[in-house]
Design a protein around this ligand. Structure first.
Ligand code: PLP
Length: 417
């Protein structure tokens, strides 16, 4: 009955500090967003007490009649949102959604093919330190040095040589639309499954602002917390009944136990929000803002990988300024602009240093920032990068503190929570 503020002041203080950080900083991390109060409230409910192993109507525990309603709402809304026949809303994360598909369709030692990390792929797509790279023969494709876009000729050539059982399209730092039809044609030629991991651009697909991976993908995975603006979590979608059955058994009892019913409730709420016209407006603004941010950064003399973006995210190539991603991330952070350093294709720097930063407009747009605000943010980023390049860390204080003041004013104009 005691709230966390009274029962655990230490944890409470850390939560309050994080609230203030989110309020006072400009969030440009492309994988983050700001959920509604309704999503957050659903997540902090009594559903966290409930064990519900199994699926609606087929549980291994009693007392599931109400959480069955919750999970069915999440499933039905996901199906409507993405126009597909089956949804598994139980994966605890995007990584577990991917693991679930692997468990459903592959055996250890099978060959899989995904995009390499350096080109924008995700760890779970066959990277060496990840389980997907250890338990499978992982072949990795990349982007073409010509235009930094997916090298479909390479995908095709590698597919013919290695004959993977599963091809993965999608990633964490791909600014451009992927040609799903082309990927499916390559998969069909060798009899492979095509899995699209739309974790980043799922919200854009839901709003009709990005091509859908359906009908091309056999199976689609996603996170629910990026552009889709739901709670942290994952989901698996398909139109194929036999794949759906395998996926269900793979998630439970294959790799998970009791589903996080409170998170599933929050997913249902977020999908409900995404079905409303307001969400389309929001995503359209995310796209407009991304174009404004990219254009203004280019005007300020920064290079953007592929020259722009089709989505909510972009990669800034810092090499022409002679500064690294690591240094820029830290300098922006001192000015209360939050980003992450990110490798760019063919990056000469180590992954802990990098030559790039990744920027996204989903969180800022949720706050209410429009194109002018993102142009201002671009100007501030350019000031800081140029200052860092000219004066170095020790003498960039004046610039960083003047930007910090402007950031503070902007954040105060667009409060959250
Ligand atoms: N897939 C892609 C493309 C991602 O970008 C991410 C997260 O960054 C994931 C999967 C993993 O999601 P999670 O962090 O929820 O495990």
């Amino acid at each position: 009955t005691e709230g966390v503020a009274d029962s655990d002041p230490e944890v409470y203080a850390s939560i309050q500090d994080e609230l203030h950080r989110q309020r006072d900083e400009i969030e440009l991390i492309a994988s983050e967003n700001i959920v509604s109060k309704a999503v957050m409230e659903a997540q902090g409910t009594v559903l966290t007490n409930k064990y519900a192993e199994g699926y609606p109507g087929r549980r291994y525990y009693g007392g599931c009649q109400h959480v069955d309603v919750t999970e069915n709402l999440a499933i039905e809304r996901a199906q409507e949102l993405f126009g597909c026949a089956f949804a598994n809303v139980q994966p605890n994360s995007g990584s577990q959604a991917n693991q679930g598909v692997f468990q459903a369709l592959l055996e250890p030692g099978c060959t899989i093919m995904g995009m390499n990390l350096a080109s924008g792929g995700h760890l779970t797509h066959g990277a060496a330190p990840n389980q997907s790279g250890k338990w499978f023969e992982a072949v990795q494709y990349g982007v073409s040095p010509r235009d930094n876009r997916i090298d479909y000729d390479q995908v095709e050539a590698l597919a013919r040589v290695h004959v993977p059982k599963l091809i993965i399209a999608g990633g964490s730092a791909i600014p451009r639309v992927i040609d799903f039809e082309h990927m499916r044609a390559i998969a069909d030629e060798i009899g492979a499954y095509l899995m699209v991991d739309m974790a980043h651009f799922a919200g854009l697909v839901a709003a009709g602002e990005h091509p859908s991976p359906f009908p091309h993908a056999h199976v689609v995975t996603t996170t629910t917390h990026k552009t889709l603006r739901g709670p942290r979590g994952g989901m698996i979608l398909t139109n194929d009944e036999s794949i759906a059955k395998k996926v269900n058994s793979a998630i439970f009892p294959g790799i998970q136990g009791g589903p996080l019913m409170h998170v599933i409730a929050a997913k249902a709420v977020a999908f409900g929000e995404a079905l409303r016209p307001d969400f389309k407006k929001y995503i359209r603004q995310v796209r407009l803002n991304a174009d404004s941010l990219a254009d203004q950064l280019i005007k300020g003399g920064l290079d953007i990988v592929t020259g722009g973006t089709d989505t909510h995210l972009m990669l800034v190539d810092l090499r022409s300024k002679g500064v690294t991603g690591d240094r820029v991330e830290k300098a922006l952070s001192r000015a209360c602009i939050t980003t992450n350093k990110n490798g760019i294709p063919f990056d000469p720097e180590k992954p802990t240093i990098t030559s790039g930063v990744r920027l996204g407009t989903s969180a800022g747009t949720t706050r209410g920032f429009g194109e002018q605000e993102f142009r201002d943010i671009a100007d501030w980023i350019v000031e800081i990068v140029d200052g860092l390049a000219t004066y170095g860390e020790d003498a960039n204080d004046t610039i960083e503190s003047s930007v910090r003041e402007k950031v503070s004013k902007l954040c105060a104009r667009y409060p959250i929570y």
